[in-house]
Design a protein around this ligand. Structure first.
Ligand SMILES: [Fe+2]
Length: 284
């Protein structure tokens, strides 16, 4: 089961194609063409400072389509989300950063696909995500408070795909030591969106919709009973088993609910006749 933060591997050939596509208009620094000046400075004092572009919207051809398709497949298969948002491309040079913020309303999960080369030698640039203990006030006040104890830092390089609950405070630590495009911190990022019931194979049960509704209702009531207060869960039922695919569900004391606890809420009467598998997302 995937919980509030996970670093996955994205197909490296697709990541390399994306990087090449983004940087290709700037390959010759002396060539001034319209397609290379597409970056805007995202500067909000003490909050955001980096270059951002929506240039992917203007792409045609296989590189972007294949990469977005692969991201969509991960969103569907690993997280039960139907779509990805229109992604942004961000570039960080010396002194750039994003300070702590949350993105609670865009979708159940945020994603950051690193396109930074492995050879990049700048300092900083890690994505830091708050641990739940800090966010929900259950840290131990008798112990020293330091950033590294309460934030998980991800040192991502090309092909690393970070997926996390956007409701957790997160930031990009300041980058130092780069001026050019080639060795900058580069990423494609957005959100996994639109959770909805997905099914593969031919459904054989005409009452499926009704069965599904009662399943969700029973599952939801049981989650309430064990104190699930907020978050997201997606379960997958196939011919062999029922399992939690991903979850950011939090209990009354705001700690993440375990897979065992959630599994105990699966309705006793499993739904029938849904084909090969069915994925059922639920957001509280
Ligand atoms: Fe964010």
């Amino acid at each position: 089961m995937i919980q509030a933060q996970a670093q996955l591997k994205f197909p490296s050939a697709l990541a390399k194609n994306l990087r090449a596509k983004i940087l290709s208009p700037s390959k010759d620094p002396l060539r001034a063409t319209r397609d290379r000046f597409v970056w805007d400075l995202f500067y909000v004092p003490h909050q955001y400072h980096h270059w951002r572009s929506s240039l992917i919207e203007h792409w045609d051809g296989a590189e972007a389509a294949q990469a977005l398709q692969a991201l969509g497949n991960i969103a569907r298969e690993r997280f039960g989300c139907q779509n990805i948002s229109q992604p942004w491309v961000s570039l960080y040079q010396d002194g750039h950063y994003q300070r702590l913020h949350t993105d609670p309303k865009h979708g159940p999960y945020a994603f950051v696909l690193s396109l930074t080369p492995r050879s990049a030698s700048f300092l900083g640039g890690e994505t830091a995500i708050a641990q739940e203990s800090l966010v929900y006030g259950i840290s131990d006040a008798t112990k020293p408070f330091e950033h590294r104890n309460h934030f998980k830092r991800y040192h991502s390089r090309i092909g690393d795909l970070l997926v996390f609950d956007g409701a957790l405070p997160h930031e990009v630590l300041p980058v130092t030591g780069t001026k050019g495009l080639e060795d900058a911190r580069l990423s494609l990022h957005g959100w996994f969106t639109s959770p909805e019931v997905m099914m593969q194979g031919r459904a054989t049960n005409k009452r499926l919709q009704k069965d599904l509704e009662s399943y969700v209702q029973e599952f939801g009531s049981c989650l309430e009973e064990i104190g699930a207060r907020s978050g997201y869960v997606c379960i997958e039922i196939n011919r062999k088993r029922t399992a939690v695919l991903s979850s950011t569900l939090r209990s009354q004391n705001f700690s993440l609910l375990s897979e065992k606890r959630i599994s105990a809420c699966f309705p006793r009467q499993s739904i029938q006749g849904f084909g090969d598998w069915i994925r059922i997302p639920l957001q509280l």
